[in-house]
Ligand binder design. Structure first.
Ligand code: GRF
Length: 203
């Protein structure tokens, strides 16, 4: 299987996936890292790991659909089977989702469906829940609404700031995202409506 990762920032989830691939834990290839910004950690990590990256400049396109259709063209050209959004700060348009049905994943650092969208840790702390977590899900046409593949619960401490909470959750993100990708690559994920069944998993 051929994987592409889309990122806009630090790139630690990209690196976790790439390392799992490079070490042979995931039987796949990272075909490309696509970024929508320059001078970001994700690019440095790709260079260090020897993974090809492409910057697709959003300024060159009149609409999100046209931007996304360029990205889809690159992904199709490279024969990509799975697209992983990892700290990618754009909402993917409907034609992008339709081009890769059940083949786009995202990670969100809360227990969805709670606290979707921007500034999740701020929302979690403001609300006062004492458990948060992380969710890997398939991408549908909504924001953080697609079928859930794997979740982990992480405690919130009364002293947390968005930074300390995000740091605690990030360590778990780095475990569950490669896990979800491995399940996909190994053909263990079955999607039935909103329900994701991982074959052979014990619950
Ligand atoms: C992660 O917390 C991810 O859940 C969220 O954005 C952050 C990206 O971090 N969507 P990184 O770029 O993978 O280090």
């Amino acid at each position: 299987k051929r994987i592409a990762v889309l990122a806009s920032g630090r790139g630690s989830n990209f690196e976790a996936i790439a390392r799992a691939v490079l070490s042979g834990k995931i039987n796949a290839e990272v075909a490309v890292l696509i970024v929508d910004r320059k001078n970001i950690g994700a690019i440095e990590r790709a260079e260090k790991l020897g993974i090809n990256w492409v910057f697709v400049d959003p300024n060159g396109f009149p609409s999100r659909e046209e931007y996304d259709s360029r990205i889809v063209a690159i992904l199709k050209y490279l024969g990509v089977d799975l697209v992983c959004l990892a700290g990618y700060k754009k909402i993917v348009s409907a034609p992008f989702v339709d081009a890769f049905p059940g083949r786009i994943m995202n990670i969100h650092p809360t227990l969805l469906p709670s606290f979707p969208g921007l500034k999740p840790h701020e929302k979690v702390l403001k609300y006062g829940v004492n458990v948060s977590g992380a969710t890997v899900h398939f991408v549908d046409k909504g924001v953080d609404t697609g079928p859930i593949i794997v979740q982990v619960a992480v405690p919130v401490s009364p002293d947390d700031t968005p930074e300390t909470l995000s740091e605690r959750i990030l360590r778990y993100e780095h475990r569950i995202y490669p896990q979800a990708v491995k399940w996909f690559v190994d053909g263990r994920i079955e999607l039935s409506g909103r329900k994701v069944i991982v074959k052979g998993a014990d619950y």
